[in-house]
Design a protein around this ligand. Sequence first.
Ligand code: MG
Length: 165
Amino acid sequence: MRIGHGYDIHRFEDTPSQQHITLGGVKIPYERGLLAHSDGDVVIHAICDALLGACALGDIGKHFPDTSPEYRGCDSRELLRNVLQKVQSLGFKVGNVDVTIIAQAPKLMHYTIAMQENLSMDLHISLNDINIKATTHEGLDAVGNKLGIAVHAVALLVKKNAYSN
Ligand code: MG
């Protein structure tokens, strides 16, 4: 078994044309967007880093540089599926993933199930193996002042032939 941790944070920006953010592949209405080279899916970026970390493969910036036009505005779910291929090529599959989203706004409780559904599909795991938690920062620091959203993720990988399931 291998374990990995991922962390990411993105700041909000005023985006008159884009009245939503994307978390876990789910579009969530909000008055501002998240500043990013990609679609700003900070949940998926943290999961990618957890998976890459478990494989000792560096981080998301190494594999998908934000200086590359190829990844401008890209769908982060494509990056996640790409990372899963790297995991599988090393003989692992995802055991389970646990995620904590820290956001003062918007409220996320109605969107976490949809995120879990997207992520279970992309990671080839059951809904029981992906958990999304959302908490506020109690008004403290930058995240608490609604300047951005931060995410922690932990991923466990198991060798494909380690268990029968
Ligand atoms: Mg990021």
